[in-house]
Design a protein around this ligand. Structure first.
Ligand SMILES: C[S@@+](CC[C@H](N)C(=O)[O-])C[C@H]1O[C@@H](n2cnc3c(N)ncnc32)[C@H](O)[C@@H]1O
Length: 390
């Protein structure tokens, strides 16, 4: 399927199902779909705990569950699934190229480099940190590389690593959002996990300036979005809020049981506080500032008292503490089950956001491909946009 067709179909489908993925059960006790699809609600509420974490994590399984009740949802799965990019063995790679890189990061960088093809053009490594990707490409592609990075300390560390590897890699310590001289025409721009506006600026300005080739793996789409996402391409009808763009990068599964317990307690206690606030000051969700981690490690009574004090509410009585702790855990069980619906659309939103960038490039004369460069277990932000000037 051509990217533009995929974009149009995904745009229309996401719009059709907006009532399923836009409401946040953490904020809205019962989203409107609960009334419209009562059998779906019953099935979700009776799920055993083991299935709940699995279904929140696995988009395909989540969509199949939904499709049992709303058959048209089945069309979403093929629109949101993309082929794996072909990968090549990297030539010229010194076995010790990856000094100082944690194992998983090294694998991500190697997977990205294997899925991007050399173009013979000088490389610009955008928001490159210590320039690990740039250093690898300088070696494997035998190309001159500029790594642009805002953090001077990271640039200095990168200079040392490049010297040690004897590669042709220079560092530019600059702000990618404001720098005027970069990117440049005829460059091969690569960006591995440049967040939000950082990757959007590269694509927008790079296309205007005539960058020859792009390989971009986007992440943190919500960064730099004010209230509503401003698409780069035209012809889309869907408007995403900042929170919707966050959904694209919501990962729910944490591996260690201790982390899972802490996460669950955090959700339950915050919902307990929300229930207390609704009881004393009106039944509507209001967002609150981030909660310090230390508050979640104490007793619930301390947590609730500190939160009430911070948010200007009457301090809770002993019996209120017991009531709202219980209420928080009950709400947590329900929120986790209702969230399966929203989470099933996570990848579709991410693909929609990436297609926006792809179609913008296609409109400006690039031949564009979109696929995944590694398994999700290595990094869930595994989409790779590859584009070359036709
Ligand atoms: C998620 S890291 C990715 C680093 C590298 N591409 C990699 O995959 O290892 C994002 C990098 O962007 C840099 N960064 C953040 N804001 C920036 C800006 N305004 N201009 C340039 N670099 C920036 C950060 O310092 C960080 O090194």
């Amino acid at each position: 399927m051509r990217l533009i067709e995929r974009q149009q179909e995904l745009d229309a489908s996401l719009l059709d199902f907006r009532d399923l993925w836009h409401p946040q059960p953490f904020r809205e006790n019962r989203p409107s779909w609960c009334e419209r699809w009562p059998a779906l609600l019953d099935e979700l509420l009776s799920l055993p705990e083991d299935d709940v974490s699995h279904l929140n994590d696995d988009v395909a399984q989540g969509l199949s569950l939904l499709a049992k009740h709303i058959p048209a949802v089945a069309n979403m799965a093929p629109l949101a699934s993309l082929p794996a990019r072909a990968s090549v063995v990297l030539p010229n790679l010194a076995t010790n190229w990856a000094w100082e890189i944690p194992g998983r990061k090294q694998q991500q960088i190697e997977a990205f480099a294997s899925a991007a093809s050399p173009s013979g053009q000088p490389v610009l490594d955008w928001c490159g940190g210590k320039g690990h990707l740039g250093r690898l490409l300088a070696q494997a592609w035998d190309a001159p590389v500029h790594t642009l990075e805002i953090d001077v300390g990271l640039c200095e560390a990168g200079v040392g690593l490049a010297r040690r590897a004897r590669v042709n890699q220079k560092f530019v310590a600059s702000d990618a959002l404001t720098v005027a001289e970069w990117p440049q025409a005829g460059q091969h721009a690569v960006a591995l996990h440049a967040c939000g506006e950082l990757h959007r600026r590269l694509i927008r300005d790079g296309a205007e300036k005539g960058v020859g080739r792009f390989d971009v793996a986007p992440c943190c789409y919500y960064r730099g979005v004010a209230d509503v996402y401003q698409p780069l391409s035209s012809n889309m009808r869907l408007a995403l809020t900042r929170d919707d763009t966050r959904l694209a990068v919501t990962e729910t599964v944490t591996s260690a049981p201790r982390e899972t317990r802490l996460r669950d307690r955090g959700i339950a206690w915050k919902l307990g506080f929300d229930a207390y606030r609704r009881a004393v000051s009106g039944d509507a969700y209001r967002s609150f500032k981030p909660v310090p981690d230390a508050w979640l490690r104490a007793e619930f009574s301390d947590f609730l008292t500190k939160m009430a004090d911070r948010e200007g509410l009457p301090l809770p009585s002993e019996s209120a503490v017991a009531t709202f702790e219980r209420e928080g855990w009950l709400r947590r069980d329900e929120v986790m089950r209702l969230s399966i619906v929203r989470h099933a659309f996570r990848r579709a939103i991410e693909v929609w956001l990436s297609l926006d960038l792809c179609c913008y490039l296609a409109d400006r004369g690039y031949v564009v491909e979109l696929g995944s460069f590694c398994q999700r277990q290595l990094t869930p932000r595994n989409l790779l946009i590859s584009a070359r000037l036709a």
